[in-house]
Design a protein around this ligand. Sequence first.
Ligand SMILES: [Cu+2]
Length: 411
Amino acid sequence: MYRLQDGRVVLHAHHTVCASDVPWADRHHAKAKSSFPPQPHESVLVKLKAIYLLVVLLFSDTFVTEVEWGKTYLLRIVNAALNDELFFAIAGHNMTVVEIDAVYCKPFTTSAILITPGQTTNVLVTANQAPGRYFMAARDFNDAPIPVDNKTATAILQYKGVPDTVIPVLPQLPAQNDTSFVDTYSNSLRSLNTPQFPANVPLTIDRHLFFTVGLGRDPCPTCLNSTKLTASINNVTFVMPKIGLLQAHYFNINGVFKLDFPDKPPAPFNYTGAPLTANLGTSLGTRLSKLAFNSTVELVLQDTNLLTVESHPFHLHGFNFFVVGRGVGNFDPAKDLAKFNLVDPPERNTVGVPTGGWTAIRFRADNPGVWFMHCHLELHTMWGLKMAFVVENGNGPDQSILPPPNDLPPC
Ligand SMILES: [Cu+2]
């Protein structure tokens, strides 16, 4: 659950095989009439109408939304796919990105957006083209050397008064492996950073973390070839406990997890170079990392070439973070730290770790509890590409975990 800048609240939930959890966020928004829709940051806007747009790869019917010429619309775009980062574009219309993961950003105009599972993006679109029917389309982005789903999902933007018989045109989406589009797009995302909505980037860091994220292969006597695919952070494949982590933490139940998650990989290696310099085996464990209340954290997420390099959209529960840097290859503190954006980095809760590259985030651990951090590709999460932070209570009156509600359902 996230509290937003303007008081709205977003529920971000997961269910193993169900993509329909994300719209809860939008339903929740829809009820919060008092502060919705958000006003644009620039005063040029006109008439605003919210369109709820759920991007999934399988539309059973083609969704059509009607627009009036000359009006500007707010599109709330949610990636509810399980395993696909998506490009999204509208034929003939540019989009102005104004909000990412429910945080305002500096508005910028683009012909397409990239949105990963777990992310949301709000854009303004002005219906100022020749009245007609225009496809909105979404298609997989994947620049890793692995097979991809190449289906295109479509919906239709239809100008009022235009008959349904008009054949819509398709937008030009970036190529499926267009890394440079993603680099440019990612670098265009900046916090609004105004007096009203400041970017409170932590400037001094209490805790430096370096996490390698990637795939692996573990022994499995009952599996084909006696091995199974796996995934790990710092070589730890997360094992889900039988008792809830938060429950175990709150009630001091021993034996559910250990607080020894490593701050860095067990042994440094050439994370993204070829050939492989580490073996594919991982260690299993329910290991968590403890953070002091209100401590500032810098976390570098480093993709590895174990099995294959691949883009991993990482999601942190409980906090927004600032994406202060990203790059290709191995993170090199000697040259990369100096390039961090500590002024107006994008603030969000899910970020892609580039294929064969790294992403650096910073956040303040001011929310006591137990918080998962995981790859938002469902397959990878299930393979163990996750860990959790235990954030200690503070000393103040509102700085401790609340007790569980009386109607908390038992496992
Ligand atoms: Cu992943």
